[in-house]
Design a protein around this ligand. Structure first.
Ligand code: PLP
Length: 385
């Protein structure tokens, strides 16, 4: 384990590896150990480490103007909003920049409750939406485990996964919105049926409720499409995104329809850091790079390759989409994760003890996949103790 730092609250179980630098998909520690990172810091380092275009965009913006708030107009903020709106599904034209996934969801829920004047949110079992009060209230199991507030800010009903009838029954005239991850990340890369996602859109429209897609983990190319909305061909009213959006620079956004945006007046929403120039410069660079380097094609190709070549050793099946993949294991997924890290490959676990998660940088290539495939093949019962 890493040496504990006395001044940090020790709320994270930490891996026995302390990176000091990174290039591409490789992280390096002080002793020169090099680890292949197939987890990207919870899906954040979408273009790997030290990407020249991201480094250049940040350095150039830092030199020019490294901060100003939303009290003034910034050309770089306008440009990033235009870029993100053009990348987002058609009809989602207006952007509110924030700092994180939870903050994006908190604001999307606030907008939905206000716009409809209703008090109930429907969420899906096993979902994760963040740790702030409203985002955690729609997170499965949070209330009984770590929620920490005396009550939730709205009524919440949880519907079971992939059960169209139960979802249709849950979304009624009191429902302000349904919030759903197109592929549930922390739950273990659980992908919904197309039928369920289509029914979700239709049920919301019928009930006059809004559809919020939480694309904090699935968005910005991770599923091999710009957003999960494109994968399922479902248009939400609000879409939230963060993680890969800044490729490692903290940022997030709520993207919404013009109809919702026109009802928002100065003072209705706010944030100090959201939409800062450094974040905006890097958001532009991330989306530009995804488009110019055909990153979405790469995600689809590498996803297929992982499915073809990694279902062996301790892996019995693979679920998910794009490069948000859940590898099912008979032994504990944490044992497989630990054994891979001993072989200098970093992967993630999930809320399901028998699902290991791959969330690699989207620039993963055949050599990286081959290395994972042969490491998995080598793992036997003894190395998984
Ligand atoms: C789907 C989803 N929503 C929201 C969040 C919360 O994002 P953040 O940790 O940036 O607040 C996460 C983080 O893992 C997530 O996966």
């Amino acid at each position: 384990m890493s040496t504990p730092r006395a001044q940090l609250t020790e709320v994270y179980p930490m891996l026995p590896f302390e990176p000091v630098s990174g290039t591409g998909l490789y992280l390096r520690d002080d002793a020169g150990r090099e680890v292949l990172d197939l987890y990207a810091g919870h899906a954040v380092a979408a273009l790997g480490y030290g990407h020249p275009r991201l480094v250049h965009a940040l350095a150039q913006q830092a030199e020019q103007l490294y901060f100003q708030s939303n009290a003034v107009n910034l050309r770089i903020r306008d440009a990033a909003a235009d870029r993100l709106a053009a990348f987002a599904p058609e009809g989602l034209d207006r952007v509110f920049f924030v700092n994180s996934g939870a903050e994006a969801n908190e604001n999307a829920l606030r907008i939905a409750l206000r716009a409809t004047g209703r008090k109930k949110i429907v969420a899906i079992e096993r979902s994760f939406h963040g740790r702030s009060a409203a985002a955690a209230a729609v997170t499965w199991g949070a209330k009984d485990r770590w929620y920490g507030f005396p009550r939730t800010p709205m009524d919440v009903d949880f519907a079971p996964r992939n059960d169209v009838a139960a979802l249709e029954a849950a979304i009624d005239a009191d429902t302000a919105a349904l919030i759903i991850e197109p592929v549930q990340g922390l739950a273990g890369a659980f992908d919904f049926s197309h039928e369920f996602m289509t029914a979700a859109r239709e049920a919301c429209t019928r009930a006059g409720a809004l559809l919020i897609l939480d694309e904090v983990q699935t968005g910005v190319g991770r599923l091999g499409e710009p957003f999960g909305a494109d994968l399922y061909d479902v248009r939400p009213d609000l879409l939230t995104t963060a993680k890969g959006l800044g490729g490692g620079f903290p940022c997030g956004a709520v993207v919404m329809t013009q109809d919702l945006a026109v009802d928002l007046k100065p003072g209705d929403l706010g944030t100090t850091f959201g939409g800062g120039p450094l974040a905006c410069a890097v958001i532009e660079a991330v989306i530009d790079t995804i488009e110019s380097d055909n990153v979405l094609d790469n995600v689809r190709a590498m996803s297929a390759l992982v499915r073809e070549t990694c279902t062996h050793g301790p892996i019995t099946a693979i679920q998910g989409a794009g490069l948000l993949l859940g590898l099912k294991t008979e032994v504990k997924a944490s044992a497989v994760r630990n054994a891979l890290l001993e072989r200098d490959i970093l992967v993630g676990t999930s809320a399901d003890p028998h699902i290991m998660r791959l969330l690699p940088p989207l620039i993963l290539n055949e050599n990286h996949v081959a290395r994972l495939s042969s490491a998995l093949k080598e793992l036997n019962d003894e190395s998984l103790q």
